[in-house]
Design a protein around this ligand. Structure first.
Ligand code: CTP
Ligand code: MG
Length: 182
């Protein structure tokens, strides 16, 4: 099997993480009762810990999306479709890896926001590369508890994730989901 194909398999494995990362934007203004900031409005050294853009609604949406997409991948696998794409036995791993990817994506994103606030980048303002890779690295760390793809394949996936994320963000902006094009 070629290296490029193995990278492709890893990208397919992390599908729940991409959808988890998009879910807070896709959910829009629904479930407004959950639109509470994760940091509860608290500050650290006079600056918001995470800021208003990191909410419980977004974190929970990511956990649900990650779990559902992973479950869908399991059903596809068990139906005998796209089996050449898989790196794990989905039948032996129900739900948990998807939940971990969704949670990890959200925590990776929030940790990134923590650092953005420390260096005075406002919520919603771009921090190139970090904004694009945060969720992927978070998902990788968390899902490693169950299955860790080889580090070399993760590193090779990063440029694809970066470009893919910039592209989908631009499409999201064009469709009116995102406020900024990057
Ligand atoms: N979002 C949310 N809760 C989360 C993550 C995201 O409600 N835990 C929503 C917010 O409305 C946010 C949007 O999804 O504006 C896009 O998220 P993202 O691009 O990750 O955040 P930024 O707006 O860039 O904010 P920050 O500077 O804190 O990263
Ligand atoms: Mg983000």
């Amino acid at each position: 099997m070629s290296f490029a194909y193995e990278v492709f398999q890893v990208l397919y494995f992390f599908l729940p993480a991409y959808l988890a990362n998009m879910s807070p934007v896709l959910i829009g203004r629904r479930f407004s009762a959950l639109a509470i900031p994760l940091d509860g409005g608290r500050t650290l050294w006079g600056k918001r810990i995470l800021g208003d853009h990191k909410t419980w609604r977004g974190l929970l949406a990511g956990i649900v999306a990650g779990t559902l997409i992973f479950e869908l991948q399991r059903l596809v696998y068990e139906a005998g479709i796209a089996q050449a794409l898989v790196v794990i036995d989905y039948s032996a791993h129900p739900l948990l890896p998807g939940l971990l990817m969704g949670l990890g994506a959200g925590i990776g994103d929030a940790v990134k926001s923590f650092f953005k606030r420390r260096i005075d980048i406002e919520p919603g303002k771009s921090w190139l590369v970090f904004d694009q890779l945060d969720f992927f690295l978070g998902a990788y760390v968390f899902v490693s508890l169950v299955y860790a793809p080889p580090v070399l394949l993760i590193l090779a996936s990063l440029p694809v994730v970066l470009i893919g994320n910039i592209t989908s963000n631009a499409v999201g902006y064009w469709l009116g989901f995102k406020e900024t094009w990057i």
